[in-house]
Design a protein. Structure first.
Length: 309
């Protein structure tokens, strides 16, 4: 079975791990948002690619969901003595990944090639594919002006009300052959419970991507990241409202209706089922919170089987 997951970072990697563990023999490709990428001290950081890779390699920090378990921060402390403002926490071992990626990119590799090298080195058997090789950068407009995504999300702890969102550079980016081929060959396409605006949004915004996704609609399901009108984590609700959508599972259905056949919603959102059906999206109700491996595997199986129900 060929499974493709569209994914952001911490939220989406829970379902990525569920699919990876529950379907070990599947041909599994994960298309990951790269519009959160940033440069710090000349290093190319790809937070969502690293979060998914570390999670599948069983290396991720279980407390934060990002970074490496048991990492230390000696380099960051030394950098502080040179006046570096360390608001973006880069662990010592995590730095090895950013150094490697930056070196591979400077030696002429594409982001897809460099990612493949890192993923294989860590023993991960899935294909982890950046959504594109070109630079795309999400920015969020607040009352105080436009902020780079990580400035909005990490530095200012998404405390500002978002007014608008852009993905700079997306119009001149392109869907690469590995991403296109994986989607066109997939038996199941699953949209992870990631932030619909800043994680799945940049993937949807790639020129030609919606046409590809729509051509796979009968095989595509999404898992709602909004439960009981609240984002499972992060500012997804506020960001959805900034785009004119309701912060609810029905709002998620409205955003994805043109390319998903079914939406998996939480039991807490049962009452929204008929509204979702009215958008020609089949609601499938289950417990979607994934605190442990057993629940991640159960939601993964539920998602894969949802297209057959
Ligand atoms: N998230 C934080 O909230 N604070 C951090 O200091 C931070 C550092 C960081 C370093 C490497 C990495 O791969 C991810 C990191 N993240 C951090 C997570 C990350 O930036 C966000 O969760 C995503 O970009 C949103 O998907």
């Amino acid at each position: 079975m060929k499974i493709v997951l569209l994914c952001g970072g911490v939220g989406g990697s829970k379902l990525a791990l569920g699919l990876y563990s529950e379907f070990p023999d599947a041909d599994f490709s994960i298309i990951v948002n790269t519009a959160d990428d940033l440069e710090i001290l000349g290093l190319h950081i790809s937070p969502d690619l690293d979060t998914v890779t570390y999670t599948l390699a069983a290396l991720s920090n279980p407390d934060t969901g990002w970074g490496l378990a048991g990492d230390s921060f000696h380099a960051l402390a030394m950098l502080a003595s040179y006046g570096h403002d360390g608001w973006f926490q880069l662990g010592d071992r995590d730095l090895a990944t950013h150094l490697t990626r930056t070196h591979l990119l400077r030696s002429g590799m594409s982001l897809s090639e460099a990612t493949g090298r890192i993923v294989r080195s860590l023993g991960v058997r899935a294909s982890i594919l950046p959504m594109c090789d070109e630079k795309v950068s999400t920015r969020v407009r607040t009352a105080g002006g436009w902020l780079a995504f990580q400035e909005y999300f990490v530095k200012r702890r998404h405390a500002d009300k978002p007014i608008a969102v852009t993905h700079d550079g997306v119009e001149s980016a392109s869907v690469g052959p590995a991403v296109r081929d994986a989607l066109l060959a997939a038996d199941r396409v699953v949209v992870a419970p990631s932030n619909p605006v800043v994680s799945i949004g940049p993937i949807m915004a790639l020129p030609g991507m919606l046409e590809i996704l729509r051509s796979r609609r009968e095989r595509t399901v999404a898992v709602s990241p909004i439960v009981g009108g609240q984002a499972v984590s992060g500012p997804a609700g506020e960001l959805m409202k900034s785009q004119g959508f309701q912060a609810s599972a029905a709002g998620v259905a409205a955003m994805y209706a043109s390319f998903i056949e079914a939406l998996i919603i939480d039991k807490a959102d049962r009452d929204l089922a008929s509204t979702i059906e009215g958008m020609d999206v089949r609601p499938e109700v289950t417990d979607t919170i994934m605190p442990d491996l057993a629940s991640k595997k159960r939601v993964a199986r539920f998602a894969v089987e949802a297209t057959r129900r």
